[in-house]
Write a protein that binds this ligand. Structure first.
Ligand SMILES: NC(=O)c1ccc[n+]([C@@H]2O[C@H](COP(=O)([O-])OP(=O)(O)OC[C@H]3O[C@@H](n4cnc5c(N)ncnc54)[C@H](OP(=O)(O)O)[C@@H]3O)[C@@H](O)[C@H]2O)c1
Length: 249
């Protein structure tokens, strides 16, 4: 028997990295899984690597019309949503002097505005026992140079989770955050670093983690399963770190 038997789950940003590993695990645990992504290449790769029962939807997390469309599809096909894992996110790093308004808007639209409005749009489908999980980050507890806007977006998301946990508790809906530390996923390939610089970056990051390594997407997926399932039934408003101890060092 799976931990998510009969559950309907939507995972945003489920085409690579943490979202893809979570989609695989949630499906193995018995959920009917929907994932979203935006890039046609990674959407196609996810289609090939995920089981055929997983639905892959093209939707930009920053585009409210796309969010209406996917919620409409879920309503028509499933009629309800038990697990809303809002995981899609972008990481872009700029020193204060080089940050621009488009940089601010790109990050905030995907990492904060989209999640807020997707939760609002999904609310009519979420019932008693539903679990909402936001992917935040260790950066909302710990400062890193160049990460100011990204950190603000993730700290904002953790704030949303706390407030919504209290607001939605009377409906039987739990809301928690999952804060990964450095995890090996394609997000780091998007930083524009050479292969050599990326390896040096990952080695230096690993040294800052008490466990002296980066985490894996499967390790975060296991934590997402915990927050999505009844195993965490008395948890709401919590931010759970999966960071090898990075936040406490
Ligand atoms: N990896 C880490 O070290 C780390 C640490 C802390 C927090 N996080 C957070 O973990 C989450 C997952 O990241 P990851 O590491 O797994 O990175 P990833 O492999 O780059 O995955 C990001 C996912 O989000 C999707 N996405 C990005 N922008 C989108 C948009 N506008 N609309 C729809 N989908 C979009 C991507 O799809 P496309 O390919 O279509 O863009 C992809 O499926 C993010 O919220 C990230 O901030 C990651």
């Amino acid at each position: 028997m799976g931990k998510l038997d009969g559950k309907i789950a939507l995972i945003t940003g489920g085409t690579t990295g943490i979202g893809l590993a979570s989609a695989r695990l949630f499906h193995q645990e018995g959920a009917r899984v929907y994932v979203t992504g935006r890039n046609p290449v990674t959407l196609g790769q996810a289609r090939k690597s995920l089981p055929p029962e997983v639905s892959i939807l093209e939707a930009d997390s920053a585009n409210l019309a796309d969010l209406d469309r996917i919620i409409g599809q879920l309503k028509a096909e499933a009629g309800r949503l038990d697990i809303l894992f809002i995981n899609a996110g972008v990481g872009e790093f700029r020193p204060l002097g080089e940050a621009s308004e488009p940089h601010w808007d790109r990050i905030m639209d995907v990492n904060l505005k989209g999640p807020f409005f997707l939760t609002q749009k999904a609310l009519p489908l979420l019932g008693k026992g539903a679990s909402v999980v936001f992917t935040t980050s260790v950066v909302d507890r710990k400062g890193f140079p160049g990460a100011s806007v990204y950190s603000a977006s993730k700290a904002g998301l953790a704030g949303l989770a706390r407030a919504l946990a209290v607001e939605l508790a009377p409906l039987g809906i739990r809301v928690n955050s999952l804060a990964p530390g450095p995890i090996v996923t394609p997000i780091h390939d998007k930083l524009g670093l050479s292969a050599e610089d990326l390896a040096a970056f990952q080695a230096s990051v690993s040294q800052q983690v008490p466990m002296k390594r980066m985490g894996t997407d499967e390790e975060v997926a296991g934590a997402a399963l915990f927050l999505a399932s009844k195993d965490s039934s008395f948890m709401t408003g919590e931010e759970m770190l999966v960071d090898g101890g990075a936040a406490v060092s």
